[in-house]
Design a protein around this ligand. Structure first.
Ligand code: ADP
Ligand code: MG
Length: 232
């Protein structure tokens, strides 16, 4: 099983912290992710970008278990055009080294650039509570998650009606449903993702914590562009 393999390869690397290198885990559970590839070196980076770029450039992210908030250290560049991919690769590695000279660097992720104009960034996550067990969280994501604290939780496993009610419960629900002339996002896709994450963490008790932040929700669907987890 692909999901098991992701967790075992982290164990082999002797790390409890996983980032975008664990995208396959989401993929294995049918959670949509942008096209992406982790590369090692400028040449590989250029080749991957050529495959992935569909006109708006690519997104490049440092991949390191020692860097939890990539953009805080300048570890995320969006809309990188082909001619800047090699230099950006070097920049990202340099910034990571400046942040922590002995950081483990697994490479750089080259990711499809998503159009965020009609999108809302949400968060879907899980935290194991000593008393209640696995708590699944949903809310407004991206940079707003800490500022607005608009989130709600339910104990896993989360049924479909429960997942739907989580979307209902947040204060920003109207934002997802087309407030101010926006197009409503794919709410069914959000509800399904909450359930799939609930299933994943129920199947793998070794996952202690997991955050998809952001889960980008657009009128056309949802996409998990970032993931972070802690394993036992
Ligand atoms: P981190 O949370 O570690 O800083 P993210 O991968 O979440 O890194 O990226 C930070 C922000 O960059 C996201 O919240 C989103 O706004 C933007 N971003 C990330 N990936 C993409 C992408 N594939 N397309 C468009 N924007 C992206
Ligand atoms: Mg993030």
């Amino acid at each position: 099983e692909r999901a098991r393999e992701v967790l075992e390869s982290a164990k082999r690397r002797d790390t409890n912290s996983l980032g975008v290198e664990a995208m396959d885990l989401l993929d294995a559970y049918g959670i949509p992710t942008p096209e992406g590839e982790i590369v090692d070196g400028e040449t590989e980076a250029r080749e991957a970008a050529e495959r992935i770029d569909d006109g708006d450039g690519v997104v490049m992210k440092i991949v390191s278990p020692d860097i939890l908030h990539k953009s805080d250290i300048g570890g995320v560049e969006v809309g990188v055009p082909a001619e800047e991919v090699a230099d950006t690769y070097e920049d990202l590695v340099t910034r990571a080294r400046n942040y922590q000279s002995d950081a483990t660097i697994l490479g750089v992720q080259i990711q499809e650039m998503l159009d965020l104009d009609a999108a809302t960034e949400t968060i879907v996550g899980m935290n194991r509570d000593p008393q209640f067990g696995p708590l699944v969280l949903f809310g407004l994501g991206g940079i707003f998650v800490e500022v607005l604290e608009d989130t709600t939780v339910k104990v896993a496993p989360v049924s479909e009606p429960e997942a739907a009610s989580m979307v209902d419960e947040i204060e920003s629900a109207p934002l997802l449903r087309g407030a101010r002339g926006r197009d409503p996002v794919d709410e069914a896709g959000v509800v399904e993702t909450i359930q799939r994450l609930s299933q994943l963490v129920t199947d793998f008790p070794a996952i202690l914590e997991l955050d998809i932040n952001p889960l980008v929700a657009t009128p056309d669907g949802v996409s998990a562009v970032d993931v972070r987890l802690t394993i036992d």
